[in-house]
Design a protein around this ligand. Structure first.
Ligand SMILES: Nc1nc2c(ncn2[C@@H]2O[C@H](COP(=O)(O)OP(=O)(O)O)[C@@H](O)[C@H]2O)c(=O)[nH]1
Ligand SMILES: Nc1ncnc2c1ncn2[C@@H]1O[C@H](COP(=O)(O)OP(=O)(O)O)[C@@H](O)[C@H]1O
Length: 221
């Protein structure tokens, strides 16, 4: 019997850099399960779980949820998909989270979307999401077929409370202070792969080529 080799990847980048958009494309081509910390937290907030109630005030203020809360939540989810290759989006966001993740799993690659802050700000005010699936739209870049309606389910789209300009500014500052050191952490481990640019459509072919060298494309015609 051939042992199955699991591939564990993380996608990083400032808020609005395109992590969700690129992740959607990655999972269309490669057999990776996508786990987004933001989507998971929003589901918890909506369902008013214990974690959701704690997380809500931090998210609304553009602050990170405490390390112990998010780390427990994510590791619990990852253990549920232990037999699968995965792509983790939005976690880790602090060095302490990265160290906790390292203790539990070996990370093969970290994809870093390096998009200038100036480019990001305008994108987020035009972002609309379908909360149940995590599908992401943009009124200019990838509008839904019908305004404010999800293409696949026909359900309403929403704008995130934390995509207001003043909250975005806070989130970007938080990224600089707390998350940038995580890039250095992974750089030192030799697993960081940075993709720089201002447009997802130009960044994507490079991300695709990088992954294709490591994984079979399951969507190839
Ligand atoms: N104008 C523009 N918008 C983009 C581009 N790539 C993604 N977006 C939109 O920018 C917003 C943020 O992207 P998202 O994937 O949610 O970023 P994340 O916060 O890193 O997960 C969404 O509304 C996307 O549809 C791009 O190249 N140009
Ligand atoms: N790893 C994490 N650590 C702490 N807080 C997190 C983490 N992931 C998500 N959050 C919280 O959820 C919010 C939304 O996250 P996310 O959807 O990933 O935003 P974006 O895609 O715009 O970067 C963050 O601003 C933060 O409050």
């Amino acid at each position: 019997m051939v042992a199955r080799v699991l591939f564990r990847a993380v996608i990083m980048g400032p808020p609005g850099s395109g992590k969700g958009t690129v992740s959607e494309r990655i999972v269309k081509h490669f057999a990776l399960k996508h786990l987004s910390s933001g989507d998971l937290l929003r589901t918890n907030v909506q369902n008013k779980t214990e974690v959701g109630v704690i997380a809500k005030s931090f998210i609304d203020q553009g602050q990170l949820v405490p390390d112990d809360v998010i780390t427990r939540l994510i590791l619990q989810e990852l253990h549920k998909i232990n037999e699968t290759s995965w792509l983790l989006d939005g976690f880790p966001r602090t060095v302490s989270q990265a160290m906790a993740l390292d203790k539990a799993f070996h990370i093969n690659s970290v994809i870093d979307l390096n998009v200038p802050f100036q480019t990001i700000k305008g994108r987020l005010t035009a972002r609309w999401i379908h909360p149940a699936s995590g599908r992401v739209y943009n009124t200019e870049f990838n509008p839904p077929k019908v305004p404010e309606v999800d293409d696949l389910t026909g359900e309403p789209l929403i704008q995130r409370e934390d995509d207001k300009p003043e909250t975005v500014t806070k989130r970007l500052k938080g990224y600089e202070a707390l998350t940038r050191p995580v890039l250095e952490y992974y750089q030192n481990k030799g697993v960081l792969e940075t993709f720089s640019g201002t447009e997802t459509n130009k960044i994507w072919p490079h991300v695709y080529a990088f992954l294709q060298a490591k994984l079979p494309d399951v969507n190839q015609k």
